[in-house]
Write a protein that binds this ligand. Structure first.
Ligand SMILES: Nc1ncnc2c1ncn2[C@@H]1O[C@H](COP(=O)(O)OP(=O)(O)OP(=O)(O)O)[C@@H](O)[C@H]1O
Length: 285
């Protein structure tokens, strides 16, 4: 079975249950947005997928194999801030991962190998709109440029799964919509599954193929430690989006929601009858 399979996942820190009984199948090439109130365990869930944390109970498999219990090149990550190395140039940042992979001992390569990596890094920087900034340091870039750099850095490792922890949360609205366009293009072009934590439902509806909400179902003060958050909503975005097809449906030719020929993003599921609407949900914090 390909994709990510999460079965009966629990995460506890000492006496505190953070996540409980999470069951989720993420299809290959899905763009999953993860929303929920502050402190409900979204980052913890992402860190479990990254391999930075181990589940207390339950299993996570990637393409049918148990997830390695440490971060690896098959999973890239971009955080809201500080994903890049401040002391390296833009080009150095994008070359660092492949160089380390090619030469674990020295962390750098030489000659033809190095030239090939540099060429690939320059192409990736051009892809995210950073051509011409190769020799700058991150501090000399705007916030939006730094996040483009962080994306380029993560994508250089050709991850199967890209994990995004509120990556665009600190950006101004105009820059945010630019980077949303870039993110859509990258998701279409690069064969990867994306899992993105966001506080912004509009962002979730703009980018995702599916939105999962985590919430505590029991949240009285005396229950907070003993009960964790779990999946309380699972929204499939309509009309269906699939990676590799930028515009799929002409507005005039929208299929019917109950058209059985429309493939759902998860095998065996049907599309919800109602149009999901970002404004219909209460703010998350
Ligand atoms: N390493 C840790 N040790 C102990 N408790 C932790 C650890 N990491 C997270 N927690 C606790 O787990 C809970 C969930 O934290 P997490 O950061 O995953 O929430 P979140 O949904 O991402 O929050 P936010 O939206 O505010 O970023 C919090 O109560 C936090 O204090």
């Amino acid at each position: 079975m390909s994709g990510i399979e999460i079965r009966n996942l629990w995460k506890e820190y000492g006496d505190q249950v953070v996540l409980q009984n999470v069951d989720l199948t993420i299809a290959p090439r899905a763009f999953l947005a993860l929303v929920g109130p502050s402190g409900c365990g979204k980052t913890t869930f992402l860190r479990l997928l990254l391999g930075q944390e181990a589940p207390t109970r339950g299993t996570i498999t990637l393409d049918g194999a148990p997830l390695p219990d440490e971060p690896g090149p098959d999973r890239g990550v971009v955080f809201q801030r500080y994903s890049v190395f401040a002391h390296m140039t833009v080009l150095g940042n994008v070359m660092a991962g492949p160089e380390l992979r090619a030469s674990r001992l020295l962390g750098r390569t030489f000659g033809a190998r190095r030239r090939a990596i540099a060429e690939e890094a320059r192409a990736m920087l051009a892809e995210v709109g950073l051509a011409g900034s190769e020799d700058k340091y991150p501090a000399q870039l705007s916030g939006g440029m730094q996040q483009r750099l962080a994306l380029a850095q993560a994508l250089m490792m050709k991850p199967k799964v890209l994990l995004l922890d509120e990556p665009f949360g600190a950006l101004d609205p105009g820059i945010r919509s630019d980077i949303h366009r870039l993110m859509k293009r990258l998701w279409n072009e690069v064969p990867m599954t994306v899992v993105m934590v966001t506080h912004d439902l509009r962002e979730a509806f703009t980018l995702a193929t599916r939105i999962i909400a985590f919430e505590r179902t029991r949240d009285r003060p005396e229950e907070r430690l003993r009960y964790g958050a779990t999946i309380t909503r699972d929204i499939l975005i309509w009309p269906p989006r699939s990676a590799g097809q930028t515009t799929i449906w002409d507005a005039d030719l929208l299929p019917s929601r109950d058209d059985p020929t429309i493939p759902g993003p998860i095998a065996g599921t049907t599309w919800p009858k109602e149009e999901p609407d970002a404004d219909a949900y209460p703010p998350l914090r």
